[in-house]
Design a protein around this ligand. Structure first.
Ligand code: LRH
Length: 489
């Protein structure tokens, strides 16, 4: 029997505490506590309520103690790029502003007039997204920055509040677009361009290091188990990739949640001309790997549609309704900036279809099918771009995360991309978080065995391409995207 492990996994729309045990090389996972996450509007910005998230973690840990566990190991992962500014007393200087806030619209263009995109990409290998930490810091209140003792990424900040120990974990820190691939440190020119100093970041650490114990003050106050915190791959996508079963010879992954992150796991970064042109990223992974991937808008679009339909339908209902509609009734550039944070997602999708003179989806089923079928096309298109950049043919796609439950989308993806799809586990992020803890504490030997354990422990469904269906659809979609881009769409 292994130790008792707990994963804190917080995404943009929800968070959870998962309890895990390893028995006879089988990993079992149980949800202990789930809570909502979302924006709070503060001083004109979309912010995160980090204090509330920490409160929920403490409630969840309290439940574990009540269930009879006196001592646990814990890891924390969250979404990337966002941060908390902390003063010398260790107090938060302001609410953390969300990456979806519009303060960074246009910032990338401004900053890259003094430091070229080429320079930034050669240094960091990180994709250009207008919400990267680099551009957020560029827009940061200068007075606050001057008062800032430490800039902490979200999971590092949560770990700091729990233990009093401050670090900067690299799988997440790489998404700042400020780490130098060659030096393994923050790049001084990039820091200077946004008026911050190396010393404002706590020391860099790799995933799989021990942080410290949750303070006795918190243990007493909330009646918690004794809790040792391991710094896992604190970027949720890094944890999701670790939690991928890695099935197939030359496999790719798709971490399908609020975002769809599609790419390959590499041992050396790929930041050449083609990767630059295609805006692929080289986020740092655990155990010396790189997450070579692209961000696609993902289930965010469906999450918003669900909300705008007043949560009348569950995700499963929407997938069922979609199944009754024919796919590919219209082409949509699901990655267009207009879908990043529109006032109303349904209206935005409909306006897009009207502007491009295509069939306008109206019913919940039509809307859901429009999104699912276009996501599958976008995935297939990225897989062919990956083939080109990497110089070999990817033969299978491992889909993990909540989106791996949407059988309809898995099947369409297999069919339009022409490769096998392995779907599951849906909790890959929590699993990746847990296995790094287990490796750190010596319950699992290494990542290879961890992935073997993952594929033996969880249900994984295989989808094979239905080759006779929709033979030209991907080429038509690629052509559509090219023309849309050309028109500035
Ligand atoms: C997914 C994710 C993704 C980042 C985005 C900010 O949750 O971490 O990898 O690009 O959020």
């Amino acid at each position: 029997m292994s130790k008792t492990y707990v994963a804190v996994d917080i995404g943009a729309s929800s968070g959870r505490l998962m309890h895990a045990e390893l028995v006879d090389n089988k990993l079992s996972l149980r949800e202990i506590h789930r809570f909502k996450n979302g924006f709070v509007h503060n001083k004109g910005h979309d912010c995160w309520d980090i204090d509330k998230l920490i409160e929920e973690i403490l409630i969840g840990l309290g439940k574990i103690k009540k269930a009879g566990y006196d001592s646990v190991v814990l890891g924390i992962d969250t979404w990337a790029v966002d941060y908390v500014l902390v003063d010398q007393k260790g107090d938060k200087l302001q609410d953390s502003i969300s990456y979806r806030d519009n303060r960074t619209h246009g910032s990338m263009e401004k900053l890259t007039t003094s430091l070229s995109k080429k320079y930034i990409y050669q240094k960091t290998g990180i994709q250009f997204l207008d919400f990267n930490t680099l551009y957020q810091l560029f827009e940061e209140d200068k007075e606050l920055l001057a008062k800032t003792d430490k800039i902490m990424m979200i999971p590092d900040y949560i770990g700091f509040i729990l233990t009093g120990k401050a670090v900067t974990e690299v799988t997440n820190a790489s998404t700042t677009q400020m780490l130098s691939l060659r030096e393994g440190l923050f790049d001084n020119n990039l820091l200077k361009s946004v008026n911050v100093r190396q010393s404002q970041f706590p020391k860099l650490v790799e995933a799989g290091t021990i942080l410290g114990n949750v303070s006795q003050q918190l243990v007493k106050k909330y009646n918690l188990p004794q809790t040792e915190v391991v710094t896992v791959a604190t970027h949720d996508t890094a944890s999701a990739v670790i939690g991928t079963p890695a099935l197939g010879q030359r496999w790719a992954y798709l971490s399908s949640g609020t975002w769809s992150l599609i790419g390959a796991e590499l041992n050396t970064p790929e930041n050449g001309e083609q990767a630059f042109e295609q805006n692929y990223t080289n986020e740092w992974g655990a155990y010396g790997t790189y997450r070579f991937l692209k961000n696609i808008m993902g289930l965010w679009i469906i999450q918003n549609i669900k909300k705008e339909l007043n949560d009348q339908y569950s995700f499963a209902d929407l997938a069922d309704l979609a199944k009754r509609e024919p796919p590919f009734q219209q082409f949509i550039d699901v990655n267009a900036a207009r879908f990043q944070n529109p006032e109303n997602m349904i209206a935005e999708l409909q306006a897009y279809c009207r502007e491009t003179k295509q069939k306008v989806p109206e019913t919940p089923g039509e809307l859901a099918m429009a999104v699912y079928s276009n996501l599958s096309l976008y995935y297939a298109r990225e897989l062919s771009i990956l083939d080109d950049i990497l110089g070999y043919h990817i033969d299978s796609l491992n889909i993990v995360g909540g989106g791996s439950n949407v059988g309809l989308m898995n099947q369409l993806t297999a069919t339009v991309s022409g490769i096998d799809v392995y779907a599951g586990p849906s909790e890959a992020t929590a699993i990746g978080n847990i296995v790094v803890q287990m490796i750190t504490k010596g319950d699992i030997l290494n990542i290879y065995l961890a992935r073997q354990i993952i594929s033996d422990s969880f249900e994984i469904n295989k989808f094979v391409p239905e080759r006779e269906k929709y033979p030209n659809i991907l080429d038509d979609y690629k052509r559509f995207l090219k023309n849309e881009k050309y028109k500035g769409g």
